[in-house]
Every structure is written in C-alpha cells, then in structure tokens.
Design a protein around this ligand. Structure first.
Ligand SMILES: Cc1cc2nc3c(=O)[nH]c(=O)nc-3n(C[C@H](O)[C@H](O)[C@H](O)COP(=O)(O)OP(=O)(O)OC[C@H]3O[C@@H](n4cnc5c(N)ncnc54)[C@H](O)[C@@H]3O)c2cc1C
Ligand code: FES
Ligand code: FES
Length: 488
C-alpha cells in the first residue's frame, strides 16, 4: 500500500501523493493548518517547531520525545503518534506545561511559546530529571528572544517530572509504537523503510544510488537548506538488529548504530563519563531525540563529536552487509575528509566500546563559541593507563577539528608511553601535536588558536584527572542551576 499513516493529535490519518521529502513542519502548517507549530530557523536550532512523538525507548517502553518538526520527513513518522501544541487544547483547562508558563510569566511575543510548551510537555512526563542541570538540558533547544530564560526555567522547574495522570499519560502505559516498515513514493521520489536486514540488502542491491537515512538531523538540512530532492531514501529506523544498547559479559558496551543519542546519553551516565560529558553538549535534546550514533559517525565530519570519544576509548566499529559483519578499529573507519571505510551496500551496525581498565584516566572536552547548541571548534578525548609506579603504559589522544578527519596524535602518544604521568611529560607530549596536525583557519578559530586549545586541553586533562581519574561533569555546572536553589 503506497500510503503514509500516523496518528496526529489522537486522530489517525492516512494519505498519499505528498512528496517524501516534505517535512512534518510544512505538512502541519500548509496541509493541516495547524499553525501553532512555528518555523524559526528550519534547521533544528531554535525549537519553535517542537512537537512530541511517542517513541520506543531502549527498554521497548513508550516515551514522549520532543523533536524538531522542521527536520522530520513525513515517512519517518509512519505508524507513530505525534502531538502538536494544539493537542493540549481542552475544555478541562490548561495542561500543566501551559499553566506553569502562565504562572511564571514565561511568554511575551509568544513566538517561541508553542515550542517551549512542547519541551515542557516532554519534561512533565520524564522520571529522570533528578539533577538541576537537566532542566537546562531539557530547554537548551528552545530559543526565546524576549521573555528571558529565568521565568521559562522556573516554569520548567514546576512542571518537570510531575508526571500528570491524564489522557496523555495513558499513551505511556500502552504498547510501544509498532514496526514502521514502509514503501512509499510520490512523483519521482521514493522512501523505503525495510523491516528486516534481508529486505535492506535487497533494496540496496537493486538501487545502488539509494541514500541511507536514520534520524535525518544531518541529511534533513540538505532538504530544508539546499532544497535537495533525493530520489530514494532508505531508512534504517525499523531495523531492530541496529538498535539498542547491550552490555556484554566482558563489560564491552554494544551501542546499536540506530540508537538515539538521548538513550545513549542516559545509559552512559556514570558508566562511561567521557561519552556522557560529550553528549551533554551535543546539540539540544530535540536533536538528540532523533540523532543517532551511526548518523554521527557515517558523516565522517572532522568535527563530529562522538568520534574523538570512541577513538580515545579504543572502540571497534561493526560494519554489516549481506556478506555478514566485519569489525574495524575506530581509527581505521575514518579514511579521509568525509570518507569512511564503509563499502558499497554496507552499513554501520554498531560500535563496541571496551570497559575502562583499572588505572585508566579518561575524559572528553568540547570547545565551541557557545556552550549549548554549537559546533565544535576543537574537541578532544583522552585515555591513558598507568602502572602502579605512575608510568603511562597506554595512551590514546584523539581530537576533532584539527585535521580532515577526527584523529589520534600518535606522536604525542609516543612521548607519553613509558614515561611518568606528570606535567613535564604532558607538556612535552603537547608540544608534539604540531607533528600530527596542521589545523585550518576558519570562522570558528585560527590554526594557532586551535593548536593552543589542543595543547591546553591535554594539560587540563592532566590536572583534572589528578584527583578523579574518570571525572563526570562537575555539578552544578551551569549558570542557571542555582536558580531556585533546588533540584528538579
Ligand atoms: C541543530 C543541530 C545541532 C547539531 N549538533 C551537533 C553536535 O553538537 N555535534 C555533532 O557531532 N553533530 C551535531 N549535529 C549533527 C547531527 O545531528 C549528528 O551528526 C547526528 O548524530 C546525525 O545522526 P542522524 O541519525 O540524524 O543522521 P542522518 O541525518 O539520518 O544521516 C547522516 C548520514 O549518515 C548516514 N548514515 C546514517 N546512519 C547510518 C548507518 N547506520 N550506516 C551507514 N550510514 C549511515 C546517512 O546516509 C547520512 O549520509 C547537529 C545537527 C543539528 C541539526
Ligand atoms: S524551525 Fe527552528 S528548530 Fe525547527
Ligand atoms: S516570547 Fe518572544 S521569542 Fe519567546
């Protein structure tokens, strides 16, 4: 059947003939005339277009996820349940998310307000908002030009985690959304969501020019900003073998390539602090609710934020095709600028991250012009292992933004290994970075600035891990976390 089907504000819709590259935002405003959802940037940066989708979490349970409707293509919603701000309209009165904004005077011109309300809606039903900084993280994807964030945050504090029992919470008690297998076309464009790996290999064999897509937070910009009209998109979203997080008996973590980054972030909390730290400053919650591990790595962006962490932690990448699986070390995956080791008709299935051994020191850093929602100027992740005498026995120093691909500094690592872990050795190693990296000068930073930052990050790593070998982010670590003085 060549039709799309999803549940919008508790009403199932079925339709065909609309181009697969149509975004949910355009559909809501132009076709459904649901103009509560606003367009600000059309690139995932402002949150004015935030809606909520019911999504399966890693345990298979339904959860509400705030997402940017400007980055979602309609076929990605096949079989799913979506709520826009209009769904909150009820004869019974305001939803607690709306009531809290009114009470705390969290709206002026109102342009951002529907998006803020939908982010607060998601936060209302979350049960993991147990540290104050998480309120900032829940809201950092919603820009407001006039109200000021304090009143919005006060509203968030009131409503977050309140778990109202209402017609929405009934959705969380029900079954998780089912499989979304789909073959859809309109005009010259096609969108296929294979329901099994066998089906995926068939589609890729029959269509060598097909483009893979997962969350669409990277690829979506080609459509909204460059007006691309891909002839065939093949989504990996319904492929269960590529999803989820599993801890293997030897402590290795298996992270499915199609796993959303909010799920990876939640899992990594306390377990793998270098990953948790990097994901804290990766985009906004709306982006991470769609962005995946595989999408981030397969763009092979020199400033993709997961790559340095996985390089430093010694991860292996699992590549899958009809011929089976093969594993490559993280550093062999990135071949050249935006070029990976993936062969034709091959996908990234997962990454495997070994546990941190005893004696390990590891952390990660992201340096950008803004703390929230910004692209890295330089990112770094470091791992060193020390023997009982304090000598370095192994080192992996990985950087983003310093070369055409995310890469390790082998020269600096060589200086560290075999020597005592102290400032003198670290300074000598930092001075070696110029052997491996000739960074670019661009609008984010000059080559000299990047090198200086890269050196200082290594020294900072030494200092930061002196007391705590594998530090989490310090808490509270945001400008607003002390507001109201309490937890969420
Ligand atoms: C507002 C905004 C903020 C962002 N912030 C950050 C940030 O802070 N740090 C950062 O690193 N990135 C950031 N990004 C970029 C992007 O969100 C991430 O790279 C994200 O992880 C991409 O995942 P996705 O599933 O959405 O990828 P998609 O857009 O679905 O796919 C990206 C590419 O990867 C390919 N692909 C996807 N999955 C696979 C697979 N399993 N096997 C083979 N190929 C595959 C696709 O063919 C496509 O070419 C941001 C993007 C936006 C819009
Ligand atoms: S319109 Fe700005 S995030 Fe979608
Ligand atoms: S109230 Fe005007 S942009 Fe937020």
């Amino acid at each position: 059947m060549n039709a799309l089907r999803f549940c919008l504000n508790d009403r199932w819709l079925e339709f065909s003939g609309i181009a697969p590259s149509t975004t949910l935002l355009r559909y809501l405003r132009d076709t459904q005339r649901l103009t509560g959802t606003k367009e600000g940037c059309a690139e995932g940066d402002c949150g004015a277009c935030t809606v909520v989708v019911v999504e399966k979490d890693v345990e298979g349970k339904p959860s509400f996820r705030a997402v940017n409707s400007c980055l979602l293509l309609l076929p990605m919603l096949h079989g799913k349940r979506i709520y826009t701000v209009e769904a909150l309209n009820s004869a019974e009165g305001l939803h607690p998310a709306q009531a809290a904004l009114v009470e705390h005077a969290g709206s002026q011109c109102g342009y951002c307000t529907p998006g803020v309300v939908m982010s607060l809606f998601e936060a209302a039903y979350r049960t993991d908002l147990d540290e104050p900084w998480k309120l900032d993280a829940a809201l950092c994807g919603n820009l407001c030009r006039c109200t000021g964030y304090r009143s919005i945050r006060d509203a968030a504090k009131q409503v977050a985690g309140s778990c109202p029992k209402d017609r929405f919470s009934d959705q969380l008690a029900g079954a998780a959304p089912g499989p979304m297998q789909l073959t859809y076309s309109a005009g010259p464009q096609r969108f296929v969501t294979p329901g099994s790996l066998g089906e995926l290999w068939d589609v890729l064999e029959a269509n060598p020019a097909a483009r893979l897509v997962m969350g669409g937070t990277d690829l979506g910009l080609e459509i909204t900003k460059r007006y691309a009209e891909p002839a065939l998109l093949v989504s990996l979203e319904a492929l269960e073998p590529l999803r989820g997080i599993r801890e293997q008996p030897d402590g290795t973590a298996w992270l499915g390539a199609a796993t959303f980054l909010t799920d990876v972030e939640a899992w990594s909390r306390g377990k793998l602090p270098p990953l948790e730290r990097m994901l804290r400053y990766f985009g906004a919650r709306q982006v991470k609710n769609r962005a995946t591990v595989g999408g981030n790595l397969c763009t092979a962006s020199p400033i993709g934020d997961l790559a340095p962490v996985l390089l430093a932690l010694g991860a292996r990448f699992v590549l899958a095709s009809r011929a089976g699986e093969r594993r490559v070390p993280a550093e062999e995956f990135f071949l050249a600028y935006r070029k990976t080791a993936l062969g034709p008709r091959e996908v990234l299935a997962a990454v495997e991250v070994p546990p941190l051994p005893p004696g390990a020191r590891a952390s990660s850093y992201k340096v950008s012009k803004r703390r929230e929602m910004d692209i890295s100027t330089v990112s770094a992740a470091f791992f060193v292992q020390l023997d009982d005498g304090g000598r370095v026995t192994a080192a992996r120093l990985a950087y983003g933004g310093m070369a055409a691909t995310p890469a390790r500094s082998r020269s600096a690592e060589r200086v560290l290994v075999g020597n005592p872990w102290g400032l003198e050795t670290v300074t000598a190693a930092a001075n070696e970075l110029t052997r491996d990296f000739t960074p670019l000068t661009d609008h984010r930073g000059s080559a000299a600035y990047r090198l200086l930052v890269a050196r200082n990050l290594l020294r900072g790593f030494h200092d930061e891990t002196a007391g705590t070998p594998v530090p989490r982010l310090p808490h509270p670590h945001t400008a607003t976390a002390h507001v109201g003085g309490g937890g969420a």
